[in-house]
Design a protein around this ligand. Structure first.
Ligand code: PLP
Length: 248
């Protein structure tokens, strides 16, 4: 068993390492003035880790599993919760959307019209009963699979425009941009081309939705490529928190 002091030191050192990687990538890309937001993905790790990270200046966390995520966020001290932006980044079943719409600040993984409607209804309820004040911010997840490269979730690129219209038309949702996960086992060049397609999709959306400025891409293994491609948000888990149990 490690003590909480050990865990704090471990997280601080890993966080510093990732911030260093982001700094170096920004310098290489000449974008020191347009630094990406670091979303620390805390799935599988306890609320105590979230508290420690918040104390180290982390402002954005990502979660991907219901109901664990909602329970974890509900258990945070009010002071900690108030200063955090909570992003839901995982596959979301329609029947869980209502709960997520109550506690999340951002849902990055919107991939179908039914989910848009369920999130909008859930947020409307939360606003009605005073649990939340404003709309839920939303990213459309784009499937970057192509040919041999299996996708890892998201709407097909040719469905993104219609889905974005659905989000924009929803009373309690605010379209903020696009998100994607790179296909597995790509070379850095292939990853770069995939992220370039995502950035292009975001640019297309901005013709009709100027507020859709976010591009969420880049995880522990490919954050440098995402910074170079122009990501505005990085989602980093294992490089900061350590390895998780293997997933599906
Ligand atoms: C888990 C997860 C991450 C973080 O992945 P790491 O490789 O651990 O950095 C990012 N995005 C999504 C959607 C995730 O589910």
């Amino acid at each position: 068993m490690s003590t909480s002091g050990d865990r704090a030191a471990e997280l601080a050192s890993a966080l510093e390492g990732v911030r260093g990687r982001v700094d170096a990538a920004c310098a290489d890309a000449g974008r020191e003035a347009r630094r990406p937001t670091l979303v620390v993905v805390t799935k599988f790790f306890p609320g105590s880790d979230v508290e420690l990270l918040a104390g180290m200046g982390v402002t954005d966390i990502g979660e991907s599993r219901e109901p664990e995520a909602g329970d974890k966020v509900a258990g945070l001290p009010e002071q900690v919760r108030a200063d955090l932006r909570v992003h839901f980044v995982g596959q979301l079943q329609t029947n869980k959307a209502r709960r997520v719409a109550r506690y999340a600040d951002v849902v990055q993984s919107v991939d179908r019209a039914r989910l848009v409607r369920a999130l909008d209804r859930g947020r409307a309820e939360a606003v009605d009963d005073g649990a939340r004040e404003g709309p839920l911010e939303v990213l459309v997840q784009v499937d970057l699979g192509q040919g041999e490269q299996a996708g890892r979730g998201g709407a097909a690129p040719d469905e993104v425009a219609a889905l974005a219209e659905d989000v924009a038309a929803a009373r309690w949702l605010e379209l903020r941009g696009v998100m994607a996960i790179a296909p597995r086992d790509l070379t850095p060049d292939e990853t770069r081309r995939a992220f370039d397609r995502l950035v292009g999709t975001g640019e297309q959306l901005r013709h009709t939705h100027p507020g859709a400025t976010w591009v969420s891409a880049g995880m522990s293994g490919d954050l440098e490529v995402a910074v170079a491609a122009g990501a505005t948000h990085l989602r980093v888990g294992s490089a900061i928190l350590g390895s998780r149990p293997p997933q599906r």
